[in-house]
Write a protein that binds this ligand. Structure first.
Ligand SMILES: [Mg+2]
Length: 324
């Protein structure tokens, strides 16, 4: 069994890949990092990627893994309308991985951090049974943060981009659903290399009052449920309005199960007074925006489709997608 590199050797290798910024007064190498304080409110988030739970090494490259570990955190900052600034990383390493693996992992992570303007202020390395990358990320808000608890009856519900692609990509990687060619490539890429919607989130947060918003990490239905619960409202969603990619339709046809329940898309869902058209919102945010339904006073979520009777989703147990 290959032994992982020693902690100090690894830290030295890793630091070579990582960006710094002026806000970091003292970076990696001391007991703590020192960060200059700022007048804006701070956003703080943390997320882990665990081998066997969130990824398998054979699915992609170490560089993709490093970039995704940051992207899932960037997405939480995007959901608040924030600007990501500084992170710290905890890396749990297991035997069997050689130093080049970590070089590649941190090259991917470092490149993603540079692209997002994030400095890596420090971190920790520990030994464990599973490879785990945990990142705590700080961000700042320019004006008002977008929260989950501000949806109001009469708001329209919008999503950016398309939904269900990453969940389908995961099932393709797991050999549960067959796919080939460019549709396969697109869906698998959506799972392995997600993009956090930082710029659209910042633009959304400038709307007054700021929309209620969440990023779609657990699946559209469940994440919408979090907004409804926190806001004390209900929703009516039109299933035929869920935005599907051409690749999704090609591989999965008209089945909307994964568009509703599949996670890992890292698109934004937001609720807004219906004052701005979809076309105008898309233009302003620089991404495609689709209206999927509206917020209602009655505290339950209805899924309706042009034909057939509506399915009612209970307002308890949002995490279980069950029609009653
Ligand atoms: Mg989130």
């Amino acid at each position: 069994v290959k032994e992982p590199p020693g902690e100090f050797e690894l830290i030295a290798r890793i630091c070579a890949h990582l960006p710094q910024s002026r806000r970091v007064v003292l970076g990696p190498g001391d007991d703590c990092a020192i960060v200059a304080s700022s007048p804006e409110p701070l956003l703080i988030t943390i997320d882990s990627m665990v081998e066997g739970v969130h990824f398998k090494l054979e699915w992609g490259t170490p560089a993709m893994l490093g970039a995704k570990a940051l992207a899932v955190n960037l997405s939480d900052i995007a959901a608040m309308g924030g600007i990501p600034t500084i992170c710290v990383i905890n890396l749990a390493i297991r035997p069997g991985l050689d130093p080049r693996f970590f070089d590649e992992l941190y090259r991917g992570l470092g490149k993603a951090a540079v692209a997002a303007g994030v400095a890596v202020a420090g971190g920790n390395i520990t030994r464990a049974n599973e490879l785990t990358i945990t990142i705590a990320l700080l961000g700042k808000v320019e004006t008002q943060p977008m929260r989950r608890d501000s949806a109001r009856p009469g708001d329209k519900i919008y999503v950016t981009g398309t939904v269900g692609d990453a969940a389908l990509g995961l099932r393709i990687l797991q050999n549960k659903i067959p796919a080939a060619g460019s549709a396969r490539d697109h869906l698998v890429k959506r799972f392995l290399q997600p993009t956090a919607q930082i710029a659209p989130g910042r633009k959304l947060a400038r709307i007054k009052p700021p929309p209620a918003a969440i990023d779609i990490s657990d699946g559209l239905w469940q994440d919408l449920g979090h907004v409804l619960e926190r806001s004390g409202v209900g929703a009516k969603v039109e299933s035929t309005a869920l935005p599907l990619s051409a690749a999704y339709r090609q591989v999965y046809g008209d089945n909307r199960d994964l568009a509703l329940s599949g996670g890992d898309d890292y698109e934004l869902l937001f609720c807004l007074r219906p004052r701005i058209s979809e076309a105008e919102l898309s233009r302003r945010l620089g991404v495609k925006v689709g209206c999927i339904g509206e917020i209602t006073r009655e505290k339950r979520a209805l899924l309706v489709s042009g034909t057939g009777k509506p399915a009612v989703m209970r307002n308890r147990g949002w995490d279980q997608l069950r029609a009653t």
